[in-house]
Design a protein around this ligand. Structure first.
Ligand code: AMP
Ligand code: ZN
Length: 463
């Protein structure tokens, strides 16, 4: 059952095969800009990328995953104007740009853990790779792709006939309609490779370069770090859909200019999470952090479940009702899984595994894979087989089904006391008393199941 993925570069569904047969799959995913907390929209994209990675592993591939941390150079406007988001964040918080980078990188890593996202093999900071970015720009300069303005070194997009192919950009239209002030730029689509520190004020983050003191543009970090860790041409590059027209378009332009490849074989994008049918953006001031969900009592994995209910190539509207429904779905799945007897000697059901693979290999159709999981739980397969099958599915879902335990406080003290009395009766081989206590528990609405490692208490009638 081949793995088929949607590649935005060719705008087509393509069968995936690693560039190096049998070798590691190179995966680069654009990481967070750490001037603030990430919002749950950002996490929808990181969860899509995690799903992709888990599906690659499911298909027997080994994966080398690189993610960058943008801690410099991402300006408040994609048109290379405005302030560096990091410097702005520093002013907002009264901390240094370096301090907020460390603070929000840590917060990102905490959230990733809470969402059960497998961390990247390489998490690389832009500020740790300034020499590589300078070397990249020097190479572009030698090849005649750059020019200088009073505020920086720019990439001349008119040098590439196929500039903007990923986004199918209408370049003639963009040029004709460039009523917006493009300053000293030669073409509307040209972008900064290196920005000079403003005269008269000191930036917190700045470096010496052959062109003067300053800082790298946002796009060059990804081209430079991707090349450094994954080579000139690797398997898959991902980000959110907003990256298509500018960030990824420019990454491709730079790398094509330097080494002649489009950087990655597949370009995949996660579509947006909307809030009240509108774009969710950090820059809009008001946004939902994962912490806000936790404060309201939601398990972060309920958000993961919610994301699995929508295909990554459709936008998903966030509402509290939708999150409630996801939380209920997750709770039911956990309880149902937990109630199934574990038997290490039992193999998963091959037919169900095949149906599951068919779903996820169809461009990561998680909603359909979830439906297969529910059919498995409701179907007539023996319970231990159900459990073994679900445990395999969860390698892809990442819902932590096997790790989940009912909250202890949900079991009343009196019920716990009856259960412990029954354990003692069984130890003393007082079977009549053990049966009597089981009956008493049953009457109180609880089912007690003996397990090798103790016992399990389940409210009666609940899955
Ligand atoms: P940033 O921290 O802004 O660099 O964004 C981190 C990731 O989140 C990028 O891949 C963005 O494309 C993605 N992203 C931004 N906003 C959203 C959204 N509302 N829904 C889904 N992904 C988003
Ligand atoms: Zn990037």
């Amino acid at each position: 059952m081949p793995l088929v993925l949607y590649d935005n570069y060719t705008r087509s569904l393509r069968e995936f095969a690693p560039l190096r047969p049998g070798g590691e799959v190179g995966l680069y995913t654009c990481g967070p800009t750490v001037y603030d907390y990430q919002h749950i929209g950002n996490y929808r994209t990181f969860l899509f990328e995690d799903l992709l990675k888990r599906v690659l592993l499911w298909n027997g591939h080994r994966v080398r995953h690189v993610m960058n941390i943008t801690d410099v150079g991402h300006l408040t406007s994609d048109a290379d104007t405005g302030e560096d988001k990091m410097e702005k964040g520093a002013r907002r918080t009264g901390k240094s740009a370096w301090e907020i980078a460390a603070l929000y990188t840590r917060a990102f890593q905490d959230d990733i853990r809470a969402l059960n996202i497998v961390p990247a093999d390489v998490l690389s900071r832009a500020t740790d790779h300034i020499p590589e970015q300078i070397a990249f720009i020097e190479d572009l300069e030698r090849r005649g792709y750059t020019y200088r303005t009073s505020d920086g070194i720019y990439f001349d997009t008119s040098r590439q006939a196929d500039y903007g192919y990923l986004a199918r950009l209408d370049r003639a239209g963009l040029e004709a309609g460039k009523r917006v002030d493009i300053g000293e730029k030669r073409n509307a689509t040209d972008f900064a490779l290196w920005k000079f520190s403003p005269t008269g004020s000191t930036r917190q983050m700045e470096w010496a370069s052959p062109w003067g003191k300053g800082f790298p543009g946002w796009h060059i970090e990804c081209s430079a770090m991707a090349q450094q860790y994954l080579g000139d041409y690797f398997d898959i590059h991902c980000g959110g859909e907003d990256h298509i027209p500018v960030h990824h378009t420019n990454e491709i332009a730079q790398t094509e200019a330097r080494v002649g490849t489009r950087l990655a074989n597949f370009w995949m994008h996660g579509y947006f999470l909307l809030a009240n049918d509108a774009k969710m953006a950090k820059s809009a001031g008001e946004f939902l952090r994962l912490g806000a969900l936790i404060e309201r009592g939601y398990d972060p994995l309920a958000f993961r479940y919610l994301c699995l209910t929508g295909h990554y190539r459709t936008q998903l509207n966030f509402t509290w009702d939708a999150l409630d429904a996801a939380a209920t779905g997750l709770a039911r799945m956990r309880a149902a899984f937990h109630a199934l007897p574990a038997d290490a000697g039992v193999a998963p059901d091959e037919d169900l595994l095949a149906r599951f693979t068919e779903s996820i290999n169809d461009d990561l159709n998680a909603p359909r894979a979830l439906a297969v999981a529910w059919e498995t739980l409701r179907g007539g397969t023996p319970d231990a087989v159900k459990r073994a099958t679900l445990a395999r599915f969860d390698e892809v879902f990442g819902l932590g089904l096997a790790d989940w335990r009912p909250k202890q406080e949900e079991i009343p003290d009196a019920i716990r006391a009856l259960a412990q009395a029954r354990v003692a009766a069984r130890k003393a081989k007082n079977w009549a008393e053990a049966d009597r206590l089981r009956g008493e528990l049953h009457a109180a609405g609880w089912e007690m199941e003996d397990r090798p490692d103790g016992y399990l208490l389940k409210p009666r009638g609940k899955a």
